[in-house]
Structures are given as C-alpha cells and as structure tokens.
Design a protein around this ligand. Sequence first.
Ligand SMILES: Nc1ncnc2c1ncn2[C@@H]1O[C@H](COP(=O)(O)OP(=O)(O)OP(=O)(O)O)[C@@H](O)[C@H]1O
Ligand SMILES: [Mg+2]
Length: 319
Amino acid sequence: MIRLEDLTKEYDVLPTAGKPGQVLATDRLNLEIGEREIFGLVGPNGAGKTTTLKMVCGLLVPTAGRVTVNGIDVERQPEEAQKHIGYLADFFALYDDLKVWEYLDYFAHAYKMEEAAIPARIDFAISKMGLEPKRDSFIAGLSRGMKQRLGIARAVLHDPPVLVLDEPASGLDPKARHELKEFLRELNRAGKTIFITSHVLADLEEMCTSLAILEKGRLVRVGKIEHVMRSDSPGRRVRVKLAMASFPLADWLGARPDVSTVVPEGNFASAIFAFAGGDAELAELVANLVAAGAPVCGVEEVSETLEQIFSRLSSGEIM
Ligand SMILES: Nc1ncnc2c1ncn2[C@@H]1O[C@H](COP(=O)(O)OP(=O)(O)OP(=O)(O)O)[C@@H](O)[C@H]1O
Ligand SMILES: [Mg+2]
C-alpha cells in the first residue's frame, strides 16, 4: 500500500562553524507497508520520522528516491495520492474562529466529499474522538488534547484507506489514548492501512503489526512485530519471586551454569535472569531452589518490552 524506495531527504541549512550546509534527515529508506497493516515508526528525536511521513503525504519533496501510495507516485501526482491519505501532522494550525463542527465541515468540502455524506461523517468523527460536548465550541477555547482530537477527527473524516499519523497520542489523557488505540484498531479491522509514529512505545507494541526503528535517518530494524520483538533478544528470561528476602537468591542463581545476567529487583525478594534451559530444566531449578530453603511464591517468563528493545538497539542520540 505504501512503498518507499531509496527515500532520501537532505535539508539545506545555514552552514555553521565546522558543520556543512546540509542535514541528511533520511538516508535511502526502503520500506514496504502492506494493506491493512498498522506500521509503527519509532526513533529518537530528530531520527527522521516526521520527514518520512511528510514525504509519504507529498508535503515534502524527496532529494532522491520515491514514494508510492496505492501504486500512485506521490511526487508526480500528489493530489491523486492525497485522496487516499488522511494525515495528522505533528504540529498543525487550526482556525481559531471556527466552531468544531464548522472546521470539519470546511475540510469535508475541501476534500470534495459527497454533500449528502458529510453530516454523517462529521457525526462519526466527532463521536469517535469524544468531541460531542465541544461540537459547537470555538476552536480558540479548546484545550491542547481536544485540539489533538480534532486533528485526528479531521484526518479520518473523508474515510481514506491510508492513515498517516504523526504522534497522534501526543497531548491525550490516558483515557483518550486508550480510546484512540481502540479506534485505530477498529479502523484497521475495517481495512485501513495505518502508518504511525509515537514515542509511547507500549501503545505501539500493543497495536502494530509491523515496526521499524529509525535512527539518524537509517532503519536499524524492520519487520513484523513478533520478529522485531524476538530478534536477538538474549534468550529466555525468567522472574523468580520469594515471599520474603530471607534467601540469597541472586547469589544462588548466579552459581548455576544455565543462568546468566541475574538482575535482582526491588527489595531483593525477586530477580530476573536469562535461562538457557527448557521447561524441564526450569522445573528442576525451581525444585532445587525450594529444597535449598527459598520461599518461592512465583515463577514467570518475562518478555522484553519494546521500550527495552529500543533502549538496547538505539543509541538514543539526537541528530
Ligand atoms: N525544515 C527543516 N530544515 C532543516 N532541517 C530540518 C528540517 N526539518 C527537520 N530537519 C532536521 O532533519 C532531521 C530529522 O527531523 P525530523 O523532524 O524528521 O525528526 P523526527 O524523527 O520526527 O523527530 P521527533 O521525534 O523530535 O519528532 C533532524 O536533524 C532535524 O533537525
Ligand atoms: Mg517528528
């Protein structure tokens, strides 16, 4: 649905002492986003995420390479491509002196939506973003989070098959964030392809089908979410919990050859460790631990979170 081929963007900037007059924001990106994917793009500040999304939407001309959306070359036919895209920018201006519904109505006409379909689409977008109480309020009086909701409502208004969302959760309260996640899943089930950036990695982990990690304009990891979450993780990780810290858990674990990287937690009554054995060996470990006098009250396998994977793979340096 979205294809990036060697997509490169170099910004011209004023040269400063020792620095060249160009910033390489994206460096030969190749990506393919299939229909009905929720594709997450993550990376530290300045990695090139916003730059990438703007090129996908035809709002920024690539220095080299190209983007196609649904087979349409975005640079050659930006308007045609934009019909297929609902875009939420990272920062956007709203018209302060319009009411919420008027703003959506204005865009519905700008999108050249069919007149008869407009009221129902406006109602849908307003209701999905929880904006009913603000329907007749002026935009000038909306809070930051409400403005964000309005931006998302606008992006979905014309029912585009592709959504390109730059940090949609930014400024939303926890309940709204949760509802947004549900809404995006619902849109996805209805057939939409979603290309999304977010610094809230836990949300992406729950929602995305695929993920790319971008750093200094280059992809450092890309693939199906299960694959990205699994790749080069340091083996199986297990947490053992004791009822009280009456036993030298970390030392005992550390002495076993099939255990490595023991990380004691909190009050030393529990620890996470990498374990090289299978289920039978784990059962044996637990039996030995109990026999040695440890008051074991819990054993569980823990998987690495996206946040942890990201910290491990990314230097987090800003560009
Ligand atoms: N208009 C511009 N002119 C010059 N340089 C720019 C411009 N926009 C972005 N850049 C530079 O391009 C690089 C990528 O910026 P971009 O906004 O794409 O990052 P990002 O991944 O979206 O970061 P963030 O997480 O902060 O939103 C940065 O080094 C940035 O300083
Ligand atoms: Mg950005």
